[in-house]
Design a protein around this ligand. Structure first.
Ligand SMILES: C[S@@+](CC[C@H](N)C(=O)[O-])C[C@H]1O[C@@H](n2cnc3c(N)ncnc32)[C@H](O)[C@@H]1O
Length: 380
């Protein structure tokens, strides 16, 4: 009989004897298909039939065996799953085993999950934490989890901090405060001045979004910096101010790109500066969280031609592609609060009215022709 979902349903309903016969006679691909499509297990399903498969040489079979054993709501398989979580050679099998133990929500698995907190794989530790958080009120569990505040992995640290050392409750909406409000005198104005002078007049936590395209070091003429380091320090100063004036959990978008400073003469080389990558560590250190990198793609005809030489000589070491991209680096002012918190600060009507209309970019590559702006300016 052809192996398909109907046949698997038939096997499940006809009893454990038929399943056992099927497993003993089938090839590896058929067993895998069976395990992948087993779906909901009937109450009388005998999990013992699956146990031998945890030693199968095919790691996909072991993975799906673990997944199915995890569906059987019984503490009978805790030790089998624990031994796989500790000893299997395949990471996915180990992770699935911990996750299955957690899904049992069984207090008898407590010590096994605590043991797995020592694992070298942060994902195993995270799964074990997840399983243990169900017993968050147990003193031993609490003690063991709190120790992880010192864990080397940053995600684990932040989970523990949020669960045990935070006063914020993201699940319970608080009273609406001043989050949505900005000073009237800052609305609809254009200010001409040095950013470092002007930002001093902007109060702390009063701005929702900053979108900036700062100078490209010394690539263009509008500002001159004595050195690249001085330039980065200028940006650092300006963006620290932006951080100060930004409201909790709100956004900062930085438009920059690597630039090229042309060579002094034919006996020297030109130098490229990866501005977005060099400024990034400063931004993280001052308390911005990295959210996205959007690539602004320009038509090749609109950018400086660097490939012409290579097209002639085709010497691989001298390959210089035309730089058709810039970055829009998206950051959020670091907070323990979820984005939902920011949104909940607004009245329902405002959330409805702010819906983004059709025509938005669905990928992180935005194709915009910069020469269009010049054409629009000429027309206007
Ligand atoms: C890459 S351009 C961005 C231009 C902008 N996107 C526009 O369309 O006008 C950088 C701009 O920063 C300005 N700038 C340079 N140093 C500044 C400073 N210290 N304070 C304020 N603006 C500055 C330059 O005059 C230039 O207009």
């Amino acid at each position: 009989m052809e192996l398909n979902k109907e046949y698997i349903n038939y096997l499940k309903s006809s009893g454990n004897g038929d399943v056992s016969l099927f497993l003993s006679k089938s090839s590896t691909p058929d067993i895998l298909y069976f395990l992948e499509n087993l779906g909901y297990l009937p109450k009388n399903f005998d999990g013992d039939l699956l146990v031998p498969l945890i030693k199968h040489q095919n790691s996909n079979i072991r993975f799906w065996t673990v997944k199915n054993l995890g569906k059987i709501n019984s503490d009978k398989y805790i030790n089998v799953l624990f031994s796989l979580a500790k000893n299997d050679t395949d990471t996915s099998v180990r992770r699935e085993a911990v996750s299955s133990i957690g899904r049992l929500r069984n207090f008898k698995a407590k010590d096994n999950l605590i043991n797995l907190l020592q694992d070298y794989d942060p994902k195993i530790v995270s799964q074990a934490i997840r399983g243990l958080l169900i017993f968050k009120n147990d003193l031993k569990v609490q003690l063991e989890l709190k120790k992880l505040l010192e864990h080397p992995n940053e995600i684990i640290q932040s989970v523990i901090k949020k669960e045990f050392f935070s006063k914020i409750d993201n699940d319970n909406p608080t009273e609406k405060g001043t989050h949505t409000i900005s000073p009237e005198y800052l609305k609809n104005i254009v200010v001409n001045g040095d950013v470092l002078d002007v930002l001093k007049y902007v109060p702390d936590e009063s701005i929702h979004l900053t979108f900036t395209s700062p100078p490209y070091y010394n690539a263009r003429d509008y500002s001159i910096y004595p050195s690249y380091q001085e330039y980065l320090l200028f940006l650092e100063k300006a963006f620290k101010e932006v951080h100060r004036i930004t409201k909790e959990g709100r956004f900062f978008i930085l438009n920059t790109s690597p630039i090229i400073i042309p060579r002094v003469s034919r006996s020297h080389s030109s130098k490229r500066y990866p501005i977005p990558f060099d400024i990034h560590p400063y931004l993280i250190k001052m308390g911005w969280e990295f959210i996205d990198d959007i690539v602004w793609l320009k038509p090749e005809a609109s950018v400086k031609n660097r490939i012409a030489g290579f097209m002639q000589h085709r010497k691989p070491l001298a390959y210089k592609p035309n730089a058709t991209t810039e970055y829009l680096m998206v950051y959020r002012k670091q907070t323990e609060k979820l984005l939902d918190w920011n949104m909940r600060q607004y009245d329902w009507e405002i959330v409805q009215e702010s819906k983004v209309p059709e025509g938005y970019e669905s990928s992180n590559v935005w194709k915009i022709d910069p020469t269009l702006f010049n054409q629009i300016r000429r027309v206007a």
